[in-house]
Design a protein around this ligand. Structure first.
Ligand SMILES: Nc1ncnc2c1ncn2[C@@H]1O[C@H](COP(=O)(O)OP(=O)(O)OP(=O)(O)O)[C@@H](O)[C@H]1O
Length: 237
């Protein structure tokens, strides 16, 4: 699947340029943060990689092979919970993998333990809090051992302690060998979690650099202004 190469990816619904010739190459390890102002095209980029949106032009090269049938998962800012128990929400994610029911439930329970939700296994998933639902959504993706996990602002509506818990889980998923591509508006989070940063604006990738390099020496005025616009907010307390 890796290196994953996006070559001149365009998304132009009704002639409007949402993705305007994306060029991006991702190796097989680490956490890449996609940053950029509102409307830059970050979510559309993730949805395109996931296969939820069909690009108008360009191509994605999955390490020289075909797009994998399984192995790519996406978690959204407001994940949808199935009308089922917490355990079943995780166990059902293994169904397409052809794993027998008893084994699915065993793996789901182990995964709930890792995200701190085992005690809630029999409750209705829809009654969990926002932070708990996000942890459940991560468990649902993680249990399938994806090669690539796409996270679209997974902590945007969470309080600081729920955010810290999601960050811990994301680190563990990465340690288990999953490649992660994640959007966030939380620049502190980008420095805590990221190996590298993809900076987007107006449907283009403007910069792809290590986290350290991006924040210390951004390549463009646009990126510098973006960082300056956010950093005071991050550093006032
Ligand atoms: N399925 C779609 N069809 C057509 N246009 C879309 C679609 N999805 C998103 N857009 C448009 O694409 C543009 C970029 O949206 P996107 O959600 O990717 O921005 P973003 O960078 O993630 O912004 P934010 O930081 O606010 O979440 C927006 O103008 C949006 O209205």
């Amino acid at each position: 699947m890796f290196p994953l190469r996006l070559c001149d990816i365009r998304f132009q619904p009704n002639g409007r340029s949402v993705l305007d010739g994306i060029e991006l190459e991702l190796g097989g390890e680490g956490i890449t943060l996609v940053l950029g102002p509102n409307g830059a095209g970050k979510s559309v980029l993730l949805r395109t990689i996931c296969g939820l949106l069909e690009p108008t032009g360009g191509r994605i090269d999955w390490g020289g092979g075909a797009r994998p049938h399984l192995g790519v998962m996406m978690v959204f800012q407001h994940p949808m919970m199935l009308r089922a128990s917490v355990l079943e929400n995780v166990a059902l994610a293994l169904k397409p993998h052809g794993i027998p029911r008893v084994e699915r439930r065993r793996r789901a329970a182990r995964m709930l333990d890792r995200v701190g939700l085992l005690a809630r296994a029999s409750e209705s998933a829809r009654l969990l809090s926002g932070g708990e639902q996000q942890r459940l959504a991560l468990a649902r993706a993680w249990v399938t051992a994806p090669r690539l996990l796409l996270l679209d602002e997974p902590t945007a509506s969470l309080d600081p302690s729920a955010t810290a818990e999601v960050e811990r889980i994301v680190r563990e998923i990465r340690t288990d060998g999953t490649r992660i591509l994640m959007t966030t508006h939380n620049l502190g989070q980008a420095t805590r979690l990221g190996d590298d940063v993809v900076f987007m604006s107006a449907g283009r990738v403007r910069e792809h650099a290590s986290v350290q390099r991006f924040f210390s020496r951004p390549a463009s005025d646009e990126a510098r202004l973006f960082i300056q616009g956010e950093l005071p907010w991050r550093m006032t307390f």
